[in-house]
Design a binder for this molecule. Sequence first.
Ligand SMILES: [Fe+2]
Length: 174
Amino acid sequence: MFTEKILVSIAGAILKHYKLDPDGVHGIAHWGRVLKNGTELAALTGADLGIVQLFALFHDSRRKNDWLDPRHGARGAVLAGEMNGGLFSMVPAELAMLQDACIRHTKGFTEADITIQTCWDADRLDLPRVNISPVPELLCTGPAKEKFFVDQARQRSTANQLTGFAIELRKTIA
Ligand SMILES: [Fe+2]
């Protein structure tokens, strides 16, 4: 797992070449909520927290627009590979899992390793920010389908809440 300070550093490096508005629907606030959702879910699912944390930062990091951009996950995966060995180091199996989670995160899959499922759920639970309710059929893990969890995530999402991570990251680009 990574400390918030390291995650802010990694995200800061990602943002240097981020093409969209950092305050947009796929920007900093979303990364922070996916990070929070994923961290809470990983404690219940047993997912590899480090991979879930980095998924939050990389999965939308190379979007070219906020609408249809089917290759953005793959580009995020490439970026993760390029940055590996710098501010963070993952062994090949960890990197491969992170990249797989990024590449397939918008394809509607639900069957995968528990770490990848946790990544996807963390992202999908933040769909209310764009007026989409995450349907249970597209959530992968048991904890993510629980009403309490869905409701908590929905509240954060619809309020476009900034997590502590997001607040710290915004300071670096202010
Ligand atoms: Fe996302």
